[in-house]
Design a protein around this ligand. Structure first.
Ligand code: SF4
Ligand code: SF4
Length: 198
């Protein structure tokens, strides 16, 4: 199993780093040609992931919302379950009725991989990207706003905590040098750790 990085959980520290990270765009900070570029909205998303605590209510895996799959998600599931790709496609996926060419999980009421007694995911290490980024959905690298799922109590709580922490951080005198490029780079690196943890 891949070792997950330790995440900072203190909302105040996260909010301070977020305000610093958001003060200059990636293009001015990461000059490496192969460095991934993220938007300010992405950094807000990363901060949400750091604060988020799942309440294990099971809503996301049991209430029948479509669960999107990328081709690489199905390939990873097939590999993890040690079955051929075409069998995984047939057994677990359907074409989204509203979006041609987009795949969803076939069984979602509840998801076939939800363990009702343990209240957890049976394929946690190979779960699809849409499950990994839930409940702060969105396309990384775009300015699309974070879509918070109101049926997820953990996300509602996270937004409240982050909003309060940002307000407190804005009032902090140390924010005066928040747009120092070295500090911004360090803040962006701090938040990017969240992506490795999901
Ligand atoms: S794959 Fe796992 S995390 Fe995703 S919906 Fe199914 S049970 Fe939930
Ligand atoms: S809906 Fe939110 S709080 Fe409930 S299990 Fe899913 S991620 Fe956790």
């Amino acid at each position: 199993m891949t070792e997950m990085p330790e995440l900072e959980r203190d909302p105040r520290k996260i909010a301070l780093q977020l305000l610093s990270a958001a003060s200059l765009p990636d293009g001015q900070i990461f000059t490496e040609l192969d460095a991934p570029r993220y938007t300010t909205v992405d950094y807000y998303r990363m901060a949400c992931h750091m604060i988020f605590a799942c309440q294990r209510c099971g809503n996301c895996c049991t209430t029948g919302d479509p669960i999107r799959l990328r081709p690489e998600d199905v390939a990873a599931i097939a590999k993890g379950l040690k079955i051929p790709l075409n069998k995984a496609l047939k057994k677990y996926t359907i074409t989204d009725p509203k979006k041609a060419g987009v795949l969803d999980f076939k069984h979602i009421l509840p998801c076939k991989f939800y363990d009702l007694s343990a209240k957890g995911c049976k394929i946690y290490d190979i779960r699809p990207w849409s499950c990994r980024i839930f409940p702060f959905l969105g396309i990384y690298g775009s300015e699309d706003q974070i879509k918070v799922n109101e049926s997820c109590p953990g996300s509602v709580e996270t937004m409240k905590i982050l909003k309060e922490a940002i307000e407190a951080a804005r009032a902090d005198a140390k924010m005066s040098d928040a747009d120092d490029p070295a500090k911004v780079r360090s803040a962006k690196a701090f938040l990017r750790v969240a992506l490795d943890s999901i």
